[in-house]
Ligand binder design. Structure first.
Ligand code: COA
Length: 577
C-alpha cells in the first residue's frame, strides 16, 4: 500500500512507524505538518496515497484532506481518552495500564471512529518521553499495523465512539501552573509523578537557589534526607532535593526564560546549570558501581555480574543511561572508567547497555553549546568518546555485546558497533549517520561500519541519513539479534542470552578468532590511522567557522522548528526513491 505519514516532527515514533511499515513492504512517504496547509495539500496531491497516517500530530489536518482521504491519527490513550496532554495526565494519575488508539480524523479532536487500539502496561519508573519511546511506541505500532491491515481489507467498519464517552474523555492541555510542586506538603511519590509527567518536556517550572528553572528527570532516593525542598546532595551532575518523606534526584535543569525571549534556553546537567549558585556545602554523594539490588536510588552507570561468579562462564553487564542518550566528555570518561573496571573482572562476556530507552546519541551537543569554547569542548568530547570506543574495540580477551533497549544515533550507533555482537530490542531505531549535524563523524566508524555492511552500504547509510529498524539492521549486518522483549523485560532477557553465550562450547574458539582478526586488521591499518583520518575531518567541522555544524548544533539544542520537510525525508516513497 502507498501510505503518507503526516507528522509534526520526524521524531522517534514517526521514524519507527516509517521503518515498520517499510519492513512490511509498504511504500511510505513523509510530510511534516508545520502549519502550512497548502504544503500539506501539495504533498497529498504529489503522493496520491491510499491512506494517510499521522503518528504524531499537534495540529489539525485540513478538512478537504480528511474528507478526500482516510486519515488515521495515533492517539496515545485508550479509546475514549481525548486531548493533547494524555500521557501527562495519565502519569500524574499513576494508572497501571493504558493504551494507544488509531482513530479516523474528523473535525473534532480525537472524536473519530476507532480503527484499532492496543493496550499497554505502565512501567513503574519511566518518564513521559521514555514511556513514549517504549511501551507507547510498541502499542502504537501494533495498532497502526492492525489499522492498516483492516483498511487494506476493504471490509472493516471502524467503531463509532459514543457521544457520552467523548464528552467524558476530554482532558485539556496540562498547563505549567498545574504542574507546580508544593515541596512543603507533597510526598516523594507524588513529586515523582509530577516530575515524570513533565519529563523530558516541558519540565516542571520551579524556584531553586533564587532562580527559576524547569526541572527535568525524577528518580527516588532511599537514604538521603533533609528539609522539604532543600538541595541536599549532588551525584554525577544530578541534584537531590528532599521531600516531606524522602528525596528525589533531578538530572537536568533548564533556565526559565520570559516568553518571547530572543534565544531559547536548553537543558544541562543540573550541577552545570546551577554553576556558581550551588552552595559549596552541598556534598557529592557517589554510589558504588555495583549497587546492591536493595538500594532505590539513582545512578547512571551500574555494573553487575551473572552466571558462574568468578568462573570462566561469568557475564558482566555494564548498564548506562544518560538523559537523551547524550554523552558529555565527563560522562564518556566515567563510562570508560567503569568499562576498565568491568574489563578487570573475570568474565567471558561483557554486555554494554541492556536497559530501556536510548543506548546513546553520541556527543553531548547541549554541554558543548554551553561551553566557553564549544569547538574545544567538541574536540574533548569526541576524544573521550573515541577512547571509550577504542577500549571496546581492543577488548580481545572476552566477547563484547552491545544491547540496545532503545534508539541510537550518530556516534551512539558507532559505539554499539564496536562490540562483537549488537543486540537490538525489537522496535529500536538506529540512525547511523552524522551528516544532519554537519559532521563527518568519528568513533572509528570508517572501520566498524564498512566491516559489517560493506563499503557501498556504509556510504549509503551515512549519506541517506535515514532511520533503520532493528530488523533491517540485522539484515544489513549491523546487528546480530532482534530481542523480543518489552522495555521493562529487556534487562532480564539480555542477561539470559548473555549467560547462554558465555556457556556456548565454541566460546574459547570465538575469542581466539576475534583476537586473530583484530591483530590482522591492526596490521592492515592501525586503529590510530582510522582515528586520525576521521578527526582531521572533525577538526574542520568543529573549528572552521564556515562549516555548517555550529549553526546546526545551535538550532538542534534550542529546538528550532523546521520550516519545511527536509529534502531527504520529502523524497521518501516517491517514484525515484
Ligand atoms: N546531545 C544532546 N541532546 C541530545 C542529543 C545529543 N547528541 N541527541 C538527542 N538529544 C536529546 C534531544 O534534544 C531530545 O531532548 P528532549 O527530550 O529535551 O526533547 C532528546 O534527546 C530526545 O531526542 P529527540 O530528538 O526528541 O528524539 P528522536 O528520537 O525524535 O530523535 C535523534 C533522535 C537521535 C535522531 C536526534 O535526537 C538527533 O539527531 N540527535 C543528535 C545526534 C547527533 O548528531 N549526535 C552528535 C554527533 S555524535
Amino acid at each position: 500500500m502507498h501510505i503518507l505519514l503526516v507528522a509534526s516532527a520526524f521524531n522517534s515514533l514517526t521514524q519507527r512507524v516509517l521503518a515498520e511499515l517499510q519492513d512490511r513492504g509498504h511504500t511510505v512517504g513523509v510530510e511534516l505538518a508545520l502549519g502550512n496547509d497548502d504544503a500539506l495539500r501539495e504533498a497529498v496531491r504529489r503522493h496520491a496515497p491510499q491512506l494517510v497516517v499521522a503518528p504524531m500530530l499537534t495540529t489539525a489536518i485540513p478538512e478537504d484532506v480528511w474528507t478526500a482521504h482516510t486519515c488515521l491519527i495515533v492517539h496515545p490513550g485508550p479509546p475514549g481518552d481525548r486531548g493533547p496532554s494524555s500521557l501527562d495526565w495519565t502519569l500524574r494519575g499513576g494508572v497501571e495500564s493504558w493504551g494507544v488508539t488509531v482513530l479516523e480524523a474528523v473535525a473534532e479532536m480525537d472524536a473519530g471512529d476507532v480503527w484499532a487500539w492496543s493496550p499497554l502496561k505502565m512501567p513503574p519508573l519511566a518518564g513521559k518521553s521514555d514511556l513514549y519511546r517504549g511501551e507507547v511506541a510498541d502499542a502504537a505500532v501494533d495498532a497502526v499495523l492492525l489499522a492498516v491491515e483492516r483498511f487494506g481489507s476493504g471490509k472493516y467498519k471502524p467503531k463509532r465512539q459514543k457521544a457520552a464517552d467523548l464528552a467524558a474523555g476530554w482532558r485539556p492541555f496540562l498547563k505549567q501552573a498545574e504542574r507546580r510542586i508544593d515541596w512543603a506538603t507533597q510526598s516523594t511519590e507524588s513529586v515523582l509523578r509530577q516530575l515524570r509527567a513533565a519529563d523530558s518536556q516541558p519540565g516542571v517550572l520551579d524556584e531553586l537557589l533564587g532562580a527559576q528553572w524547569h526541572l527535568h528527570g525524577g528518580h527516588p532516593e532511599d537514604e538521603l534526607r533533609g528539609a522539604p525542598g532543600a538541595l541536599i546532595a549532588t551525584r554525577a551532575g544530578a541534584i537531590c532535593r528532599a521531600t516531606v518523606d524522602g528525596a528525589v534526584w533531578i538530572a537536568q535543569l533548564r533556565p526559565w526564560r520570559a516568553p518571547g525571549s530572543a534565544l531559547a534556553s536548553y537543558k544541562l546537567p543540573a550541577v552545570q546549570a546551577l554553576g556558581d549558585l550551588l552552595p559549596v556545602d552541598v556534598p557529592e554523594v557517589p554510589v558504588p558501581l555495583q549497587l546492591p539490588a536493595s538500594r532505590r536510588t539513582w545512578s547512571d552507570i551500574r555494573y553487575s555480574e551473572h552466571g558462574e561468579h568468578g568462573g570462566r562462564n561469568a557475564v558482566g553487564v555494564l548498564n548506562f543511561s544518560f538523559p537523551g542518550g547524550a554523552m558529555s566528555t565527563v560522562q564518556c570518561r566515567r563510562l570508560l572508567e567503569a568499562y576498565r573496571f568491568a574489563q578487570a573482572r573475570p568474565t567471558s562476556v561483557l554486555v554494554l547497555g541492556g536497559v530501556r530507552d536510548f543506548f546513546s546519541n553520541g556527543i553531548h551537543l547541549n554541554v558543548i553549546e554551553a561551553a566557553a569554547d564549544p569547538a574545544e569542548e567538541s574536540w574533548a568530547n569526541i576524544h573521550a568518546m573515541n577512547d571509550l570506543v577504542e577500549a571496546v574495540l581492543t577488548t580481545t580477551d572476552r566477547l563484547t555485546v552491545s544491547a540496545l533497549g532503545g534508539n541510537a544515533a550518530a556516534g551512539g550507533v558507532m559505539l554499539a558497533l564496536a562490540a562483537d555482537e549488537v543486540w537490538c530490542r525489537d522496535g529500536a531505531v538506529l540512525n547511523p549517520h552524522y551528516t544532519l549535524m554537519g559532521l563527518h563523524g568519528s568513533e572509528y566508524w570508517t572501520y566498524t561500519l564498512p566491516r559489517r555492511v560493506g563499503a557501498a552500504e556504509a556510504q549509503r547509510l551515512t549519506q541517506s541519513a535515514l532511520p533503520v529498524s532493528a530488523r533491517r539492521a540485522v539484515e544489513l549486518g549491523m546487528a546480530e539479534r532482534v530481542l523480543q522483549a518489552a522495555p521493562e523485560e529487556l534487562g532480564d532477557e539480555v542477561t539470559r542470552l548473555a549467560t547462554q553465550l558465555a556457556a556456548s562450547p565454541d566460546l574459547a574458539a570465538r575469542i581466539a578468532k576475534k583476537q586473530a582478526a583484530r591483530a590482522q586488521d591492526e596490521a592492515a591499518k592501525p586503529l590510530q590511522q582510522y582515528r586520525d583520518e576521521e578527526l582531521a575531518h572533525m577538526r574542520r567541522n568543529f573549528f572552521d567557522a564556515s562549516e555548517p555544524h555550529r549553526a546546526l548544533r545551535s538550532a538542534f539544542v534550542r529546538k528550532e522548528k523546521a520550516l519545511h520537510t527536509p529534502p531527504h525525508v520529502a523524497r521518501l516513497g516517491l517514484a525515484a526513491d
